[in-house]
Write a protein that binds this ligand. Structure first.
Ligand SMILES: [Ca+2]
Length: 151
């Protein structure tokens, strides 16, 4: 019984600790925030590739699905994609200029790059209004009646 409990605790710790390594694989991974509506304060979202901001969540958002498709690697293709279909590329949302040179530097020595400020969340269509409401259908988010206000 005790051995079983120890195994569960070790498994849970390993599971929870797996997310920070992915945050190191994308630019500004620890600085991604989500802003549901224009007048909201941004909310930190450490589970960048998941539908909930908590690190224990396992369901991937569209950015998480695409990140997995590229073998959990920040690539030029992923940088240039707009995974959440909000009209802004993943690179812009993560404060990264999408060039092959920058991608190569990111792979070899990421701390040598000067990153920009993240402008949004790469896996959640923002603001959550209009066509974004459909794109975010699998997410539990407040819906904005306009770009600025909530319903
Ligand atoms: Ca986007």
């Amino acid at each position: 019984m005790l051995l079983h409990a120890v195994f569960i605790v070790i498994t849970m710790v390993s599971y929870i600790q797996s997310y920070p390594s992915y945050l190191d694989e994308i630019p500004n991974g620890y600085n991604v925030k989500y802003k549901p509506c224009a007048d909201d304060d941004p909310v930190s979202w450490l589970a960048v590739g998941h539908v909930q901001k908590q690190a224990s969540d396992t369901d991937r958002n569209k950015f998480g699905e695409r990140f997995a498709y590229y073998n959990n690697t920040w690539t030029l293709e992923l940088c240039n994609e707009d995974s959440d279909l909000d009209g802004v590329t993943n690179g812009v949302e993560l404060g990264f200029t999408c060039t092959q040179s920058n991608i190569d530097t990111w792979a070899d020595n990421p701390t040598s790059l000067t990153l920009g400020t993240p402008t949004g969340h790469p896996g959640i269509c923002e603001p959550n209004t209009g066509t974004c409401v459909e794109q975010n259908a699998n997410l539990t988010l407040p819906v904005c009646s306009t770009a600025a206000g909530k319903k």
